[in-house]
Design a protein around this ligand. Structure first.
Ligand code: MN
Length: 344
């Protein structure tokens, strides 16, 4: 009865009330695919694919066109044998990782409903409580400072993610201004590949000398410049994280082996559940730290990362805020949230 009867894809659009600007992109809306896995028993599980052309090279039309193929590939397989399903669709890692993530989670969600155990407990049940940061996109200095103050003082987010990478001198000024206006906060600074290695080292040096409490310096340079990333790591007082450089478990292995990173930013939309699980173990073996991030998931997609993060208990930082930056008619996460506090 717990065999898969049907997989359905549905396109959903969400607006960002304020355009969200990062190096290399401005997001005004999200186009996500909601993925429903229906079992022979009638039980349903739900997942979401929030695709990325910038990071994964994915295009929405080709992802939507995969619906029939996915049905052909996993129809009739029992969700209790979920590893089998993970392996069947593992080839999507290179072509459609967001669909891989959404299908893999929907399978776990269907299993969860079938056996009455929440997904985070199927994944290990390490904790039932995590804290997320909130992100300040690229904007004029005054606006970034105002947002940072609002998120830190009014809304209570202790860790702020700050987007930089377009203009080194401006970025240093912005970070110092934000730091002075939100004393006591921690910052995850994300350059989204915007700096050269030399610029990244200058950024780290200037902000460090001004006492800016950067806890993670994320993807300072181009995804394929591993030598550059290593050079920055060796010359930065702040821990260096790979995001765009670290999509699959193979990328993570290479980055760690080559001494390029202190942190890996896992996103289910880059790795799916299966590669994310592998990276968690790899990080444990090598004493690498982990953070978990998101693309433009709604509460349905953020739910996936919340359950993954709580189940594995593997993450030092959680950057799971896309759903609160977009407009959504109805909250559909299987978790509770009050500001930075997320509970299951
Ligand atoms: Mn990033």
């Amino acid at each position: 009865m717990s065999k898969i009867k049907k997989v359905a894809f549905e396109l959903k659009e969400y607006e960002f009330p304020e355009p969200f600007k990062i190096t290399g992109a401005i997001h005004t809306k999200a186009e996500n695919i909601e993925i429903t896995v229906e079992l022979e028993s009638g039980t349903k599980g739900m997942g979401e694919a929030s695709y990325s052309y910038r990071v994964n090279g994915e295009m929405i039309a080709s992802l939507l066109a995969m619906e029939n193929n996915v049905n052909d590939m996993i129809k009739g397989v029992d969700v209790k044998d979920y590893r089998k399903i993970f392996d069947i669709i593992d080839g999507f890692s290179r072509t459609a990782p967001s669909v891989k993530a959404g299908v893999q989670f929907a399978v776990l969600d269907a299993l969860s409903a079938e056996i009455g155990v929440p997904v985070y407990q199927i994944l290990g049940g390490s904790t039932n409580r995590i804290k997320t940061d909130k992100t300040v996109g690229i904007d004029e200095l005054e606006n970034m400072v105002e947002k940072a103050k609002k998120y830190y003082y009014t809304e209570g987010y202790e860790t702020l993610k700050i987007k930089v990478g377009l203009d080194l001198k401006e970025d240093i000024k912005k970070m110092i201004a934000i730091s002075e206006a939100t004393k006591g906060a921690s910052y995850i600074v994300d350059a989204n590949q915007g700096y050269s290695p030399k610029e990244a080292i200058q950024f780290a040096d200037a902000t460090y000398r001004n006492g800016v409490n950067i806890v993670v310096f994320e993807q300072p340079t181009m995804w394929n410049d591993l030598d550059g990333l290593r050079l920055i790591r060796q010359n930065s007082p702040f821990p260096i994280a790979a995001d765009e450089s670290a999509k699959s478990k193979y990328d993570a292995y290479e980055l760690i082996k080559e001494g390029c990173v202190d942190f890996i930013n896992i996103k289910l939309m880059k790795s799916g559940i299966s590669d994310a699980l592998a990276i968690v173990e790899l990080a444990k073996i090598t004493n690498t730290k982990l953070m978990i991030g998101c693309m433009s998931e709604s509460s349905v997609g953020i739910n996936q990362s919340v359950h993954f993060a709580a189940g594995t208990g593997a993450f030092t930082y959680h950057d799971l805020d896309s759903h609160i930056l977009m407009e959504e008619d109805e909250f559909r996460g299987k978790f509770k949230q009050s500001g930075q506090e997320i509970t299951l």
